[in-house]
Design a protein around this ligand. Structure first.
Ligand code: GTP
Ligand code: MG
Length: 570
């Protein structure tokens, strides 16, 4: 057939120079290593490498994709019978974005449909459709920066992020379409923790190097880390002004996560706007509006460690206007601290019908929090009164056990003062009174000074000792990858998705599937990221997609119902 080329042209194209041969040998080894035990011949590897100009990542992803397709087609008949949705797999393998050099693999570029799948632009970053110059035509890259796990960087008080915690976002390159075009992908691979609590999770490389694709054994890495210290997401909830941010800001300071200079600066700046008492709260209340108004508005996220646990701390807002933020933070939490203000009249206003104490406790319980530490705070204001403490414990315990269904054995009550620091990390001792004096030169006031005598009735543990004993939930790290997408946005060059890692694990360069719809994608990068909003897709393991259903049973918790809810109620 006359295609305009003569034999010499072909012969010339297929001859490798010495340099290319050496490159091919190295790259072949790399791809072999990336593919592990996968059954792929050297010829197939080298064809893919040739096609991709020795780009190891692209070749490996292409080959992985091809393998997955072979497996799928073997299962196709069964899948059809059961009606399980599957990615449409038409046609040939489709490495895209590389110009054809060899005649062997001849992928075709398919039109991208990913934009229709991920078309929820949102400035808060979730999915991002990337369309940068080097993106192969017909591909989408997502950035699902995953949240909870993996960030190996230790965040200090100064480096926190706001918003819904526990979410993750990933950058992914989707395949061109649900028709199963393959999705050669670029990045390299670091690991990505999953389904687990944040700081501690597994590792979390956030950068793609463009080379290499060394995968880590996530399960054993996770087990190793967990055996060192368990990870927990801890949300701090309670009525507005109960002292949540102050208590946690002070705790972070006492734990060395925030230095004295920072606190002194907060104190000076807060004083200037007449809010000196908010110096510790400013550790977590970082925005100008929050500081000016003296309230938390968005969930403040930071990390800290105790002797036996790693915590991702979520400081929720107490003001009723920001309940949606409190819910998104609490939804990520494993355990909670409920802070109540012991001041006369204040506990009551938080606990009664319009207060947030009950509502937050009920929400936490219905969102899956089982272990609750109740910090009976501002005890300095009531002169460390045991009677007041017992009164509050009694009322709360009854409500939490009877109405909110907490197990009594999962409740711990701790009397403390977030402001003076009493019983957060230590107790006052003669000559060493906890009075916040590390941040203030003010003389110890009468209430605080009386702590030695009037608080001597308490013999129990400190707040930090208590949370250091909380149980960490078991993470389903060994299950197939599942990440519910809560936000998606487009950006330059790809698609970014954020959500919660529910199970399994994922690494950069891995092929994933977006259900329902069966869209294929490859993870490009992962980051610890921001707050989820809503979307509803589930990212999952290609070889084990989540089943799709038209019916589901849900347990819905409703508070303060004014009108009876009946069948057909809109
Ligand atoms: P929101 O996030 O807006 O719901 O408030 P919050 O619960 O985080 O309260 P925040 O820490 O902002 O504190 C509110 C006020 O209570 C500030 O003026 C604090 O100084 C004060 N406060 C907090 N804890 C204590 C305490 O233990 N004793 C005393 N006396 N005052 C406290
Ligand atoms: Mg606050």
């Amino acid at each position: 057939m006359d295609d305009g080329y003569d034999e010499e042209d072909y012969a010339e194209e297929q001859t490798m120079t010495e340099e290319e041969q050496a490159q091919m040998a190295d790259a072949t080894e790399e791809v072999k290593e990336m593919l592990g035990n996968a059954k792929v011949s050297i010829k197939e590897i080298q064809d893919a490498l040739w096609y991709y100009y020795f780009n190891v990542d692209q070749a490996a992803v292409y080959l992985i994709d091809e393998l997955a397709k072979k497996q799928k087609s073997a299962q196709a008949a069964a899948v059809k019978k059961t009606g399980t949705p599957k990615p449409t797999q038409s046609g040939t393998a489709t490495p895209v974005g590389a110009s054809s050099k060899s005649a062997t693999a001849t992928p075709k570029v398919k039109p991208s449909t990913a934009a229709t799948v991920l078309n929820v632009p949102n400035e808060d970053d979730v999915f991002e459709v990337l369309e940068d110059d080097d993106a192969p035509v017909g591909q989408l890259r997502f950035d699902l920066s995953a949240m909870n796990f993996g960030s190996s960087a230790k965040l200090t008080g100064a480096s926190k992020s706001k918003s819904g915690a526990g979410s993750a976002s990933l950058k992914v390159t989707t395949s061109s379409s649900a028709t199963g075009g393959s999705t050669p992908l670029v990045t390299s691979g670091m690991s990505s923790p999953i389904g687990s609590a944040p700081p501690s999770g597994i590792s979390t490389p956030t950068k793609s190097s463009g080379k290499s694709g060394k995968k880590i054994d996530v399960v054993s890495e996770y087990q190793k880390r967990v055996s060192e210290k368990e990870s927990l997401n801890l949300v701090v909830i309670g009525h507005v002004d109960a002292g949540k941010s102050t208590l946690m800001g002070h705790l972070l300071y006492l734990q060395g996560e925030v230095n004295e200079r920072t606190i002194r600066k907060h104190e000076r700046d807060a004083q200037k706007i007449g809010k000196a008492s908010f110096a510790f709260a400013w550790v977590l209340d970082e925005t100008g509006e929050e500081r000016a108004r003296g309230i938390t508005m968005d969930v403040g996220v930071t990390k800290f460690e105790t002797a036996h646990r790693r915590f991702t701390l979520l400081d929720a807002p107490g003001h009723r206007d920001f309940i949606p933020n409190m819910i998104s933070g609490t939804a990520q939490a494993d355990v909670a601290i409920l802070v109540v203000d012991a001041t006369t009249g204040e506990f009551e206003s938080g606990f009664d019908a319009n207060g947030q104490t009950k509502e937050h406790a009920l929400l936490a319980r219905s969102l899956g929090v089982q272990q609750l530490v109740v910090a009976v705070n501002k005890l300095d204001v009531v002169k460390w009164s045991e009677a007041r403490y017992q009164e509050i414990v009694q009322k709360l315990e009854q409500f939490l056990v009877k109405d909110a269904s907490f197990k009594k054995s999962n409740l711990v009550f701790i009397p403390c003062s977030g402001f003076t620091g009493e019983n957060l990390v230590k107790r006052s001792t003669p000559g060493n009174i906890c009075n916040g004096s590390a941040v203030s030169d003010a003389s110890v006031d009468e209430n605080v000074a009386s702590v030695l005598q009037t608080f001597s009735w308490y013999k129990g543990p400190t707040l930090i000792e208590t949370i250091d004993k909380l149980d960490a939930p078991t993470r389903a790290v060994e299950k197939p990858f599942r990440m519910s997408v809560t936000d998606v946005f487009k950006g330059t060059g790809g698609v970014c998705a954020a959500g919660r890692l529910e199970a399994g694990h994922v690494q950069v360069g891995e092929a994933i599937m977006i259900m329902p719809g069966g869209e294929l994608a490859v993870v490009k990068t992962m980051e610890v990221n921001d707050e989820p909003t809503s979307n509803g897709s589930v990212l999952c393991a290609r070889e084990s997609p989540i089943p799709v259903t038209t019916h589901f049973a849900a347990q819905i918790v409703v508070f303060d119902v004014k009108i009876p809810i009946t069948v057909g109620f809109p």
